[in-house]
Design a protein around this ligand. Structure first.
Ligand code: ZN
Ligand code: ZN
Length: 241
């Protein structure tokens, strides 16, 4: 009761603002209609496996070229929106700008985009940060999303299921294969008790080439996980992919 009254008072005194342009928006709105319309939300038609958006509906069970020639380590991946000029600040503000209060709303969007995946999920696991990076950044944005999603869905979250054992250089500039080589053996499962025999949903903020989540999926499967699906807030889609 007290918390509700305080929140009500807080909302009157400090109106919610659009995450991108600062225009006042209704409570928990996140984005104003103009900014909302600029975001490219992802969905069907898409690659059944990695979620890559297709321009045309090709068929109900179609895979992209990359998933056919070089199947990823995870089962399925889905994302809320495309990572581009319109959505960039939304992600960066959350990752580096201490806008951690956005996690519950982002998690609601993720629950919608990943409804099919969540239906079969036993445990939610965030992509880990190296302890040094976690110390410098003070929070793991993927763990914030995973915890918020767990609270909303009631599905257990295991934030320490994976660990990054080596600090890797920033992944920018590497291609898909280069990223994978760079990541080999970097991620390990340390909670096989929480993972073995369970369907895992991996959570990250951005899906770039899929190398990081692929490596996490391999570590989880080596620890006995059933299927490993991936749900991210944003996804990089390169021209010609
Ligand atoms: Zn706006
Ligand atoms: Zn694909």
């Amino acid at each position: 009761m007290l918390m509700q009254s305080l929140r009500f008072l807080f909302d009157i005194l400090i109106p919610q603002r659009c995450f991108l342009c600062g225009t006042p928006v209704p409570r928990d709105g996140g984005l104003c209609p103009v900014c909302w319309s600029r975001i490219t939300f992802l969905g069907s038609p898409q690659c059944l496996r990695c979620g890559l958006p297709f321009e045309l509906e090709i068929g109900p069970a179609t895979l992209c070229g990359a998933c056919i020639s070089d199947p990823p380590g995870f089962h399925r991946a889905r994302s809320v929106f495309r990572y581009d000029g319109a959505s960039r600040d939304l992600v960066l503000g959350f990752k580096h700008g201490d806008r951690t209060g956005r996690a519950p709303l982002f998690a609601r969007w993720m629950a919608r985009a990943g409804a099919d995946l969540l239906a079969g999920t036993d445990v939610i696991v965030p992509v880990p940060l190296h302890p040094l990076r976690l110390f410098l950044r003070r929070y793991n944005q993927s763990a914030l999303l995973a915890n918020a999603l767990s609270r909303q869905t009631g599905i257990r979250c295991c934030p320490d299921a994976l660990i990054r054992v080596r600090h890797t250089p920033t992944q920018g500039g590497f291609g898909r294969r280069g990223r994978r080589a760079n990541l080999q053996g970097v991620i390990r499962a340390r909670r096989p008790d929480a993972i073995a025999g369970r369907n895992v949903l991996l959570i990250d903020d951005v899906f770039t080439t899929g190398a990081t989540v692929g490596e996490c999926a391999r570590a989880l499967r080596a620890a006995g996980a059933g299927s490993v699906d991936v749900l991210t807030l944003a996804r990089v889609v390169r021209a010609g992919q």
